[in-house]
Design a protein around this ligand. Structure first.
Ligand SMILES: Nc1ncnc2c1ncn2[C@@H]1O[C@H](COP(=O)(O)OP(=O)(O)OP(=O)(O)O)[C@@H](O)[C@H]1O
Ligand SMILES: C[C@H](O)[C@H](O)[C@@H](O)C(=O)CO
Ligand SMILES: [Mg+2]
Length: 472
């Protein structure tokens, strides 16, 4: 009897519900529902519209029924670090504030007054991003201690949606590690760190692993949807699910390319050495206690903002065409500067940077797009050099996964600047990783190795090799 699993994959720019099932040894996907996602201003903060997102999830589940599909399981993954707090009545204590909000400005430095950067890295192995959950909670402690005192439950975004579906509360390992509050060696919430920071450790729940069956739908939802299904924990951190979909991880550097570019290697041990700290790499948790040794690079957020600045006049595919027509334009920026995290206007910020660095200022949509793509490619090249320095070995292969792997120009740029083989695909890597975790939980797939063999057989992977030499 064929088992159907429904992946809910919500990224920072878009969400999708995709059904997956095995047929003749291949994984078949059927997209059920897709919707836009964005942060919105609510009062003083930038927030996620979690009510709207949950309604989109319910809309997608109902579309399954309309198509005659009753999934056996559902699994939810989203972006990392963000969370909600529930009170004693399981009511939201605050809005779901987004990681790009300014509330964490300066908070990292405040935390370092209590615990050194070096000790924090040694204990957690997590990269220093100003918006990590640890700094969001520390900000709350400074500005609204009463909220933290009332909080009975800490749930990250996927876990909150799981709670709305099942009434059950649990924290999931891959996403919990992104908070910088999980000990890299015990793989549990770091109680002594939480005590040191004066954060109430009672609100955190038991950390459960990917493939765990959390429970079934609440009765009122079974009535609403007309069917029940198991709610399974995939790797609920979207990049944790995406990395599962890398068909060949040996000697491969992956780039999970979407709003962010997450560039790294799969490990079975954490690397918390000084060089990894200095280069700001992270050891986020993976399925079966693997580690995702990676670095956040600003990513296609930059072209998403450029697209918005041009009032969505051009599609992403059209920006690639326009950039190809600006082939002579060579100005680049350091994409990882905080100025690009949430500028008022990305185009103007790029132009200001080029003016400040005495480079030709991009003026046409093609020049702006080429500046973004070239800058990302050079940033990837630098991160790859850092990885090879830490590993003291060369990696022959790069695998770009996620929506960004559809950017053929960027794929070729990566091959050109790194002189390595670049493989592009699968596009819906996150949803695929989510689905195979569910199918493992349902007994349809044995383990991650079998999953990767199925994925390799099921999806087109394009190859790019070095064609043109670029000087940076
Ligand atoms: N046809 C296309 N040509 C070129 N680039 C594309 C195309 N379609 C999508 N993209 C790129 O993929 C990006 C979106 O990737 P993806 O859908 O993986 O992101 P997401 O899941 O919404 O966000 P997150 O990274 O937070 O998960 C877009 O920002 C765009 O740059
Ligand atoms: C905010 C996080 O850095 C972000 O979610 C990143 O971890 C990611 O996975 C983006 O898809
Ligand atoms: Mg995504």
């Amino acid at each position: 009897m064929t088992k159907y699993s429904l992946a809910v994959d919500i990224g920072a720019s878009s969400g999708r519900l995709i059904i997956g099932y095995l047929n003749d040894g291949k994984l078949i996907l059927e997209e059920i529902h897709r919707f836009e996602n964005q942060i919105v201003r609510k009062g003083q903060h930038f927030c996620w519209e979690v009510d709207k997102l949950f309604n989109e999830i319910k809309t997608g589940i109902k579309k399954c029924k309309e198509k005659g599909i009753k999934p056996d399981s559902i699994g939810i993954d989203t972006w990392a670090v963000d969370f909600v707090l529930l009170d004693e009545n399981n009511e939201l204590l605050t809005d779901a504030v987004a990681y790009r909000d300014a509330r964490t400005d300066g908070m990292m430095e405040e935390v370092f007054k209590t615990i050194s950067k070096e000790r924090l890295y040694l204990e957690t192995g997590i990269q220093f991003q100003k918006f990590n959950t640890i700094y969001q909670l520390y900000s709350l402690k400074q500005t609204h201690p009463e909220i933290l005192e009332r909080a009975q439950s800490f749930l990250m975004i996927p876990e909150y949606f799981n709670y709305l579906l099942t009434g059950k509360k649990a924290n999931e390992y891959t996403n919990a590690t992104s908070t910088q509050l999980v000990n890299a060696f015990t793989k549990k919430w770091d109680g002594s760190l939480l005590d040191t920071l004066g954060i109430n450790k009672e609100m955190f729940h038991e950390i459960k692993m990917p493939k765990t069956v959390l429970g079934n739908l609440k009765e009122e939802l079974v009535s609403e949807f007309g069917f029940d299904m198991k709610v399974v924990l995939p790797a609920t951190h979207d990049t944790g699910s995406a990395v599962i979909s890398v068909p060949e991880v040996t000697d491969t550097i992956y780039i999970s390319s979407g709003t962010w570019s997450l560039i790294g290697v799969e490990n079975h041990f954490p690397i918390c050495i000084t060089k990894a700290l200095d280069y700001n790499f992270t050891n986020e948790g993976g399925m079966d206690y693997r580690y995702r040794f990676l670095k956040n690079i600003m990513g296609l957020w930059m072209i998403q903002e450029v697209k918005r600045n041009y009032n969505d006049q051009y599609s992403f595919a059209e920006f690639v065409e326009l950039a190809n027509e600006a082939i002579g334009f060579t100005s680049t920026v350091n994409v990882d500067e905080d100025r690009f995290l949430k500028p008022e206007n990305m185009i103007e910020e790029l132009q200001k940077y080029c003016a400040e660095t005495n480079q030709t200022i991009p003026s046409t949509p093609g020049e702006v797009a080429k500046c973004v793509f070239d800058s990302l490619a050079f940033s990837y090249q630098q991160a790859i050099g850092e990885i090879e320095e830490i590993y003291e070995k060369e990696f022959p292969r790069i695998n770009v996964i996620g929506g960004g792997c559809q950017n053929e120009m960027l794929n070729q740029l990566i091959a050109d600047v790194t002189k390595k083989e670049v493989y592009a695909g699968p596009v819906e890597a996150t949803a695929i990783g989510n689905i195979v975790a569910q199918l493992m939980s349902l007994g349809e797939i044995d383990d991650i190795n079998e999953a990767r063999m199925v994925i390799k057989k099921s999806f087109e992977i394009k190859k790019y090799t070095h064609k043109k030499t670029y000087a940076n």
